[in-house]
Design a protein around this ligand. Structure first.
Ligand code: FAD
Ligand code: SF4
Length: 474
């Protein structure tokens, strides 16, 4: 019997889901991986060794019960696997698609020692997609609603994680977002070749059925004041992300033909979703030589979006080497296959052109000593300047927390980098997890930890909800 074989990992190698060929996928805004067939998911899940101390679980930021749901999938028990995976994660189908598994769960799989890690992310995605297709919905039959109501500002992964845990514990979440659809960066930042938009549309329907209310196209501070929310609700959760651009500080950044990464991606998403307000906001790279500056996930998404829009060439310049690049290795590989060229150890010093972009001036760098996070710095090689000719430049240097003017009036304190102070483990006994300096206000996700990952935002939103439940004595 194949499924009773404990040494399945020897007979069956790691097999990722089938990937569409690079030439055809580079023309469309659609996910590049095919779904697993049930037999593939079962045999890949059965490769798990069920280690006594599963490192994958520790490394997964939400501490998913990975070996347990892998076992259920290997037995064909998808609905129970879905129930179990939702005990720790509010968006497992999203994390399965976009987590950088190579440095999280799969990076710590014991089978990484020569056999190839279990395809944890792809199985996680398979579980939820299949369960939803079978009509499964989270079981809310044991939930009794209390009279408590919490306002959640931001429908990104942090806000959604918070709302999910609140509603499952009988507290009514009302989620406000300035955008016309839920998801935050999942909908308006991450492009469809990583996460198709119907995934969040389906999730919205499921959340609404569970009792979460969404009030979209509503910006707090503009359409509704924070005071109104604070008066109307028993507590407030802030999951507003980080939207202030980091700039390079070199000449030419304001030149015609230079675009900010997120503006470029959001305009592209709005164009495809039909939310476009003004067609001039949409930037097409068709027929252009594009240079993307940066080495993170945002830069990778700009590279691959430009390719799909029909750029004649896309070059990604990054100041460190490939080893020290922050982006997921899988996404760098996908970008390369689709035709993106990488220039490592190149730092921009100016954008040049007469009125509009004609090129980027780069200097070479070499790797220096590691910093306090273990990442090696880039040192400039004197006299190594060169100009890379191009028609458009996308700047993807990352984000810092936005400056919110109503924080001061409501005693919501931030640190020296603008991140909201909301510790997971409070310093005093009478304080709660992820509570801010205003006792009625909790916070989590990028605005607390700085730009990070979907899964860490989900984790913080969920943990903050636990803090809110304790605070409200539910
Ligand atoms: P967000 O997702 O930013 O959501 C915040 C929400 O708050 C937004 O919807 C915003 O409209 C709303 N909001 C803000 N202010 C107000 C207000 N005043 N009133 C009402 N609503 C408001 N992570 C990964 O794990 N894998 C990836 O592949 C990946 N790719 C990425 C690609 C790009 C281009 C970017 C930019 C990020 C990527 N990330 C990725 C990071 C990830 O998307 C974020 O870490 C995550 O979305 C943070 O979640 P959040 O809920 O804290 O904030
Ligand atoms: Fe891995 Fe992310 Fe899923 Fe955790 S949530 S098991 S890190 S893919």
């Amino acid at each position: 019997n194949r499924l009773s074989n404990d040494f399945q990992f020897i007979d069956v190698g790691r097999r990722d889901p089938q990937k569409k060929d690079a030439r055809s996928r580079a023309k469309e805004f659609a996910e590049i991986y095919e779904p697993y067939k049930p037999s593939e998911a079962a045999s890949q899940a059965h490769r798990c060794l069920h280690c006594g101390n599963p490192y994958c679980e520790w490394k997964c930021p939400v501490h998913n019960y990975i070996p347990n749901w892998l076992k259920l999938v290997s037995e064909g028990n998808i609905l129970e696997a879905a129930e179990m995976s939702h005990r720790t994660n509010s968006l497992p189908e999203v994390c399965g698609r976009v987590c950088p598994q190579d440095r999280l769960c799969e990076g710590d799989c014991t089978l990484n020692d020569g056999f190839g890690a279990v395809t944890i992310g792809s199985v996680e995605k398979y579980i939820t997609d299949t369960a939803f297709a079978m009509g499964w919905r989270p079981d809310m039959s044991n939930v009794t609603m209390t009279d408590k109501r919490v306002a959640v500002i931001g429908a990104g992964p942090a806000g959604l994680g918070c709302a999910d845990v609140l509603v499952r514990n009988g507290v009514k979440p009302v989620v406000f977002d300035r955008y016309p659809e839920i998801g935050g960066l999942l909908t308006f930042g991450i492009p469809e070749f990583k996460l198709e938009k119907h995934v969040m549309e389906r999730r919205r329907a499921v959340f609404e059925e569970m009792g979460i209310e969404f009030r979209l196209n509503t910006e707090i501070g503009r359409d509704i004041t924070f005071e109104q929310l604070n008066d109307e609700f028993d507590a407030v959760f802030l999951g507003m992300g980080t939207y202030k651009y980091m700039v390079g500080g070199f000449p030419g950044e304001e030149m015609d033909g230079v675009y900010k990464a997120l503006d470029f991606l959001i305009a592209n998403a709005n164009h495809h979703l039909g939310f476009e307000q003004d067609s001039v906001d949409y930037v097409s790279m068709a027929g252009k030589r594009v240079v993307v500056l940066g080495g993170g996930d945002t830069a990778m998404d700009c590279n691959r979006t430009s390719i799909r829009q029909g750029a004649t060439s896309v070059t990604c310049a990054y100041r460190r080497d490939e080893e020290n690049m922050p982006g997921s290795k899988r996404e760098v590989k996908n970008a390369r296959e689709e035709g993106v060229e990488f220039l490592f150890n190149r730092q921009p010093v100016a954008i040049v052109g007469e009125g509009k972009v004609e090129g980027v001036k780069l200097v070479r760098t070499r790797m220096g000593e590691p910093d306090d996070k273990g990442r090696r710095s880039a040192e400039v090689v004197p006299g190594s300047e060169e100009i890379l000719a191009c028609d458009a430049v996308v700047i993807a240097f990352g984000f810092q927390p936005s400056e919110i003017e109503w924080f001061d009036t409501h005693q919501i304190e931030v640190d020296e980098r603008g991140r909201v102070l909301a510790p997971e483990i409070p310093a005093q006994m009478e304080r709660f997890a992820y509570q801010t300096s205003n006792e009625n206000v909790f916070a989590g996700g990028d605005m607390v930890r700085g730009s990070d990952l979907v899964v860490t935002a989900v984790y913080e939103g969920r943990q903050a909800a636990e803090g809110i439940l304790d605070y409200l004595k539910v």
